[in-house]
Design a binder for this molecule. Structure first.
Ligand code: SIN
Length: 542
């Protein structure tokens, strides 16, 4: 049983501080929401590493929004719904497509600069988009440009306090809802930070898998924290595997953007044959799950560890200008993409499900909001349309701030800090977490790849769950370091994903079951929800 809190604590005796809004995470969702909230509220932004480190920082492809006259809101909605494979919330998709362009202009007003062509925004195309609608920056450094601009503003904002290298352990609640967070400082001391609202912007789950395009920070902390607090988790089984991550000895699974295929790159198997025509009429720009599984099939048929991405027909100067980061990174491993095919394989990339919210980003716990990858707004359904995530964070971040501004600022929680009703929590944990944590983490990541990966079966999932459950002793141990807390969060989120994947007996979007290879709308056009405090795993019709 996963406990409500990872550590024992007593709010009456521990140091505490007050703020209006706590933001957890410093990707686009955290930074943008913080800057908007800080127009009228005192904000504390907590991040477990440096301010600039997040999944957003590594986003290459870009940000999807209807910015040209040839495109339309209706077509953006349509493309998103098709990608989402019957599980999107249409109202949320409409909100994203309608409010996306204004949100992107707001981002530009905050200093983010996107690439231009002939005096207009340069727009590219990615898989399953019917139009060129992806803005990008410095070719393929879109995420870096966004966090550069937003982090610079956040650093100098009088109403924003930044807590870098701080780790949020758990949410604190009373009868009014979420009242703040329990935080571990870099020196190990713990603090109760009280607030009027908490916004989880803690990003995704790629690091639950051994092979991922995500940086080390993407350990699904927010999903686990929200689950422990009793938030409803929706559709966690839907994990998107990016088809083309660099697969080369000694190199990390560096993302090779879909935009490379958008600009004409083709996939070849290890025999040099183009193969996507066997799998989908949209060829290399078919939905990501289709391309990723096609790649794995080709790898199996040719007994190879990878396939190849070939853009060598393009002019070298065009490649260097459009994809400078990818070009330089490949070159640093001895691969010149202007003349060499790039070896690639699928890797975990994005979590479609997450903490369920309404259209204002509110969870079922009053005063707790979720934004960005950790949230399940209903935009992505079973499979995210490429580049919708950055715009989703902006649109729903804005909505969250509007809602927070309607909330009364709560007085300091004297009820808790002065001991008017004890919130002391002591389960007498004493045992040290057993075993080598680095090894346990690697085992978890291998289990997730092998048993809860791109192609799943009931037997594999069951075996994976059993393996994960053997780690559950960590929940009873006395956790002291951020690494231990992080591992407990990784385990919690992995268990949720595996359990929901086992229960969904069909294939849809990012969830593929070899033992149930068809989409089954009659029985499974449904969401899965789970909630710790009700021990609940239920399905709900769309
Ligand atoms: C990419 O550049 O291929 C990733 C874009 C995304 O995942 O939205």
């Amino acid at each position: 049983m996963i406990p409500q809190y990872l550590v024992d604590f007593d709010l009456k005796t521990m140091p505490s501080a007050c703020t209006d809004v706590v933001i957890i995470g410093s990707g686009i969702a955290g930074l943008f929401t913080a800057l908007k909230a800080a127009e009228t509220r005192k904000v504390t932004l907590i991040t477990k590493r440096e301010l600039m480190e997040s999944n957003t920082r590594y986003a290459q492809g870009g940000i999807a929004a209807v910015m040209s006259e040839e495109d339309s809101t209706a077509e953006h909605v349509e493309d998103t719904l098709i990608a989402g494979a019957g599980l999107c919330r249409p109202e949320a998709v409409q909100v994203l497509a309608e409010e996306g362009p204004a949100a992107v202009r707001e981002l530009m007003a905050l200093g983010a600069e996107f690439d231009q062509e002939d005096g207009r925004l340069a727009l590219t195309k990615e898989g399953a988009h019917s139009h060129r609608r992806i803005l990008h920056a410095h070719g393929d450094a879109t995420g870096y440009e966004i966090v550069r601009a937003l982090a610079a503003k956040a650093r100098n904002h009088a109403n924003i306090k930044l807590l870098e290298h701080h780790y949020v352990i758990d949410l604190v609640q009373d009868e009014l809802g979420c009242r703040g967070v329990l935080v571990q400082r870099p020196d190990g001391e713990r603090l109760y930070l009280q607030s009027t609202a908490v916004v989880l912007c803690s990003g995704g789950a790629g690091q639950l898998y051994r092979y991922t395009t995500n940086p080390e920070v993407a350990t699904a902390d927010g999903l686990a924290i929200a689950y422990r607090a009793g938030a409803v988790i929706r559709d966690a089984e839907f994990i998107q595997f990016h088809p083309t991550a660099l697969c080369y000895a000694g190199a990390p699974r560096f993302l090779i953007s879909e935009a490379v295929r958008g600009e004409g790159a083709v996939l070849r198997n290890s025999r040099g044959e183009r193969f996507m025509e066997k799998y989908h009429p949209q060829l290399e720009l078919a939905p990501r799950d289709v391309v990723a599984r096609a790649i794995v099939s080709e790898m199996e048929q040719t007994h190879a560890q990878m396939v190849y991405l070939d853009i060598t027909h393009e002019q070298p100067e065009v490649i260097r200008h459009r994809f400078p980061t990818i070009y330089e990174t490949c070159l640093s491993y001895g691969l010149d993409m202007t003349t060499d095919w790039i070896p690639v394989a699928p890797a975990a990339h994005y979590m479609m499900g997450g903490v369920r919210t309404n259209l204002d980003g509110e969870t079922n716990i009053p005063r707790l909001f979720a934004c960005g990858e950790v949230s399940s707004t209903g935009v992505h359904g079973a499979n995210r349309l490429a580049s919708n995530s950055l715009s989703e964070a902006l649109v729903f971040g804005s909505r969250i701030v509007k809602r927070i501004k309607e909330l009364a600022v709560l007085p300091e929680q004297v009820c808790i800090s002065k001991g008017n009703g004890s919130n002391g929590y002591d389960t007498g944990r004493t045992a040290e977490p057993a075993g080598d944590l680095a090894e346990r983490k690697l085992n978890l990541q291998k289990t997730m790849v092998r048993n809860v990966g791109l192609r799943r079966t009931g037997a594999l999932l069951q075996e994976g769950l059993e393996g994960l459950k053997r780690e559950q002793g960590i929940f009873q141990a006395k956790l002291e370091t951020a690494e231990q807390l992080e591992f407990a969060n990784m385990l919690t989120s992995s268990l949720l994903i595996a359990q929901m994947a086992l229960q969904r007996q069909e294939s849809r979007g990012g969830h593929y079951r070899e033992d149930y290879p068809e989409r089954n709308d009659e029985e499974w056009r449904k969401h899965q929800l789970c909630r710790r405090d009700q021990q609940l795993l239920e399905v709900q019709s769309v």
